[in-house]
Design a protein around this ligand. Sequence first.
Ligand SMILES: Cc1cn([C@H]2C[C@H](O)[C@@H](COP(=O)(O)OP(=O)(O)OP(=O)(O)O)O2)c(=O)[nH]c1=O
Length: 193
Amino acid sequence: MAAPALYLASSSPRRRQLLALLDLPFEVLAVDVDESAMPGESPLALVERLARAKAEAGAALAPQLLPVLGSDTVGELDGQLLVKPVDEQDAARMMRAMSGRSHFIHTAIAFSDGRRTLSHVVTSAVTFKPLSDPEIAAYWQSGEPADKAGGYGIQGRGGRFVSHLSGSYFAVVGLPLMETERLLNQFLGKETK
Ligand SMILES: Cc1cn([C@H]2C[C@H](O)[C@@H](COP(=O)(O)OP(=O)(O)OP(=O)(O)O)O2)c(=O)[nH]c1=O
């Protein structure tokens, strides 16, 4: 196996698959970061703080001084945070709130080596078609919503609900490709166009 060029501080298989598309050898680090929001913290501030915290927690564990990537995804509707649903009722509440209208998905990325941290947030707007209660119930049964911010996966069955996307598809899935490569190059001091 090639020596790693960076570490990924994430237990998400999706982030692993997406990072592999940058064609750089990397190793995964398991970090444990408390993801709860602080009182009055905006979704944008939260998502960036968590990505930085994951990257910095990873850097503290990394066996070599290499960039560590941390990332976090949250949704926002009317200023309110949309995170992973705690149960079916919570998922249904979010789906009904998102039905027939647009919400934001914020994904933050951060690189840290323990000495400095650089971060960036990508915001996308996702519009849902109007959803019926039977559709919402059947979607929960598919098992897809449980581990996803906003309670859906655009890359799976949840894609059936999306009538419009403005922003980065890959950021909604959990890792914006172009921005991650650009931020890494910036972190490494490489010139990019
Ligand atoms: C909106 C949306 C979110 N998601 C996922 C991306 C994230 O993995 C997840 C949000 O949870 P996160 O806390 O960002 O990430 P995670 O717990 O999966 O992994 P880790 O913290 O170890 O990196 O929701 C999708 O896969 N598709 C979607 O359409």
